[in-house]
Design a protein around this ligand. Structure first.
Ligand SMILES: Nc1ncnc2c1ncn2[C@@H]1O[C@H](COP(=O)(O)OP(=O)(O)O)[C@@H](O)[C@H]1O
Ligand SMILES: [Mg+2]
Length: 578
């Protein structure tokens, strides 16, 4: 679908209202031809002809036309505003839904601020176009045509003279349209970039402060700001060249009328009243010519924005619900990785990983940072698809499963915790917003979060700031754990979830997790042996490969990486102590 067809699909439901608006505009423009005729009659019939009794009627017509035009002036913009708000509402909604559907890879590629500017600045250009530009262009074309037709009925020669200007204007409009297109595209790109920069700097403000990088960031901002300003000025430099030429043509019309019309009036080929009438139509010819340049800008701004939004919108997520998805509400939780490899940007991230887990088992994963532990979990949740090999859940390839059911059966406490600006209760009950408070509290108790939440002034109703500002790392991790536990999922993934909590809390959480055992398949990614040692199976990952596997006891006997980590964590401090 082309961007314009896509745009049309949004405006289509409003086409009746749009036509009503255009009809009202036609009426408005049609009325504009009356007053000059009346003025002509005042000159010819009343002033020159001496029919003074006609004057009150003519003045009444003038007043009436002016009044009706004023009422229409109110109705037309309101009508188009209704259309534009309707179009925008649907479009924002569609784009937002699409953004939610996009996969991890999409969000890796796109900057948040850039995506935000699609929903703000670009949408506004479309709103302006539907609300104001469509009707204005239509109105001005009508003025021009109506005035020309009226002048033709009065005097063909004079009309032909005035018509000579038209081809020049058309050529000029096309020229400007072509010239400003890249400039507007540049403006949109610069605006997105500026937006993205500001968004990142506001989000990362704490880092900026911690490193006292305010000056450095200000300098970078100034460069962005400057680039945006330059883009706007470059564009203005292009269109501003055209404005005086359009102005010149519109003034030429006055000259033509006064010169040629005046000569004809002197020769008696044209009545004085007709000259007044034609003069009354002059603004209807002038205005479209004066406005043409602005319209070109508005249309081009609109086209660029539609194209930008459409480009984002038309990016299809690589990972989506399969057409003939195998549906299954509740999973047992058996998992198998069959020779799974995953590459991203030409790099091997996971290589030939195979393991299987029975329902209810606990799997520990250990390995240095960057070994690929989180990636394995991302493959299980199908945030990414494997490059080679298969991931099976309950014996079915995840690529054949209903994506949302699969993820609904997985509770994940992610490594980088994200909390919404909402109450703590709202954050914990994110997966099940309707669940009773008891359940929220139970999950918080299991995650050892209850006591610190209750110690807060507003308890569970405390609003946590954006991304959980105001909470310590360990507190955020525990809320994230409670959020995963509340789902009561068949598969529970704890990715480095207890790294920021003290040993005592960790032991408590371990105990709570033991109570879950049997009903849930649990993955624990951790660097503390104490978190992993009771797992049914432990995988040691290194450079995307499984280097060692077995139970705690087997791995110690193996005397490899795991045993070294164990030695380091349990014995070294003791030796030092001695
Ligand atoms: N989608 C991706 N694109 C590019 N690189 C990736 C992607 N996913 C993971 N990686 C890279 O793969 C490596 C393993 O990442 P990760 O699984 O997060 O490691 P771990 O969780 O073991 O610390 C890292 O070097 C990371 O940068
Ligand atoms: Mg990780």
């Amino acid at each position: 679908m082309t961007p314009m067809k896509w745009f049309y699909s949004f405006i289509k439901p409003y086409r009746k209202r749009l036509f009503l608006g255009l009809f009202l505009v036609t009426f408005l423009a049609g009325l504009a031809i009356i007053n000059p005729i009346v003025s002509g009659k005042v000159v010819d019939d009343v002033i020159s002809g001496g029919q003074y009794d006609k004057l009150p009627v003519l003045v009444l017509i003038l007043l009436l036309v002016t009044a009706i035009r004023s009422v229409l002036r109110f109705m037309v913009p309101y009508n188009f505003e209704i259309c534009s708000q309707g179009v925008l509402y649907k479009m924002r909604d569609a784009v937002y839904r699409k953004l939610l559907m996009e996969d991890f890879a999409f969000y890796n590629r796109n900057r948040t601020g850039d995506l935000m500017s699609r929903q703000t600045g670009d949408m506004d250009a479309i709103r302006h176009f539907v609300a104001n530009v469509i009707s204005s262009i239509f109105e001005n074309i009508l003025y021009f045509c109506f005035a020309l037709i009226m002048i033709f009925t009065i005097n063909t020669k004079l009309a032909l003279c005035m018509l000579c200007i038209l081809p020049f204007t058309v050529v000029l409009t096309v020229c400007q349209f072509k010239k400003v297109k890249p400039a507007f595209h540049n403006i949109r790109t610069r605006f997105s970039s500026l937006n993205a920069f500001v968004q990142e700097n506001i989000s990362g403000n704490r880092v900026v402060k911690a490193f006292a990088k305010e000056d450095y960031e200000t300098e970078k901002f100034e460069a962005e700001n400057d680039a945006y300003k330059t883009a706007e000025l470059d564009c203005a430099a292009i269109w501003s060249k055209y404005v005086p030429i359009f102005e010149f043509f519109s003034n030429i019309l006055t000259v033509v009328l006064m010169l040629y019309g005046g000569i004809m009036a002197i020769r008696g080929e044209l009545s004085l009243g007709s000259l007044v009438t034609v003069n009354g139509y002059l603004w209807m010819l002038n205005m479209p010519l004066r406005m043409a340049g602005w319209f070109v800008n508005d249309v081009q701004r609109f086209v660029t924005s539609v194209e930008k939004i459409h480009t984002t919108f038309s990016e299809e997520p690589h990972i989506s619900k399969p057409v003939n998805a195998i549906t299954k509400k509740h999973y047992k939780g058996s998992i198998e990785f069959r020779n799974v490899s995953y590459q991203a940007e030409g790099e091997d991230i996971i290589q030939d990983v195979s393991f299987s887990v029975k329902p209810g088992q606990t799997i520990g994963i250990l390995g240095p940072t960057g070994a690929g532990k989180s990636t394995i979990m991302n493959l299980l949740c199908r945030f990414y698809d494997t490059t080679e090999g298969d991931v099976l859940v309950d014996g079915v390839n995840v690529k054949d499963l209903d994506l949302y059911e699969l993820r609904d059966n997985i509770g994940m406490a992610m490594q980088d915790v994200f909390l919404f600006s909402d109450t703590i209760e709202g954050n914990i009950a994110y997966a099940r917003p309707d669940c009773p408070f008891d359940k929220v509290k139970k999950a918080a108790i299991a995650a050892d979060a209850n006591h610190f939440i209750q110690a807060m002034p507003e308890g569970y109703d405390t609003i946590v700031g954006e991304r959980g500002v105001g909470l310590s790392g360990g507190q955020k991790q525990r809320i994230s754990l409670a959020r995963a536990l509340l789902k009561d999922p068949s598969i529970l993934i704890l990715d480095d979830t207890t790294s920021a909590v003290d040993m005592e809390t960790e032991t408590y959480i371990q105990k709570q997790l033991k109570n879950l055992e049997g009903n849930h398949t649990i993955f624990i990614i951790a660097y503390r042996i104490s978190s992993l040692k009771d797992a049914d199976q432990i995988l040691v990952l290194d450079h995307g490969r499984i280097a060692e596997r077995g139970t705690h006891k087997e791995l110690l006997e193996n005397n490899g990486y795991y045993a070294r980590v164990f030695e380091h964590q349990y014995h070294t401090p003791a030796k030092e102590g001695r």
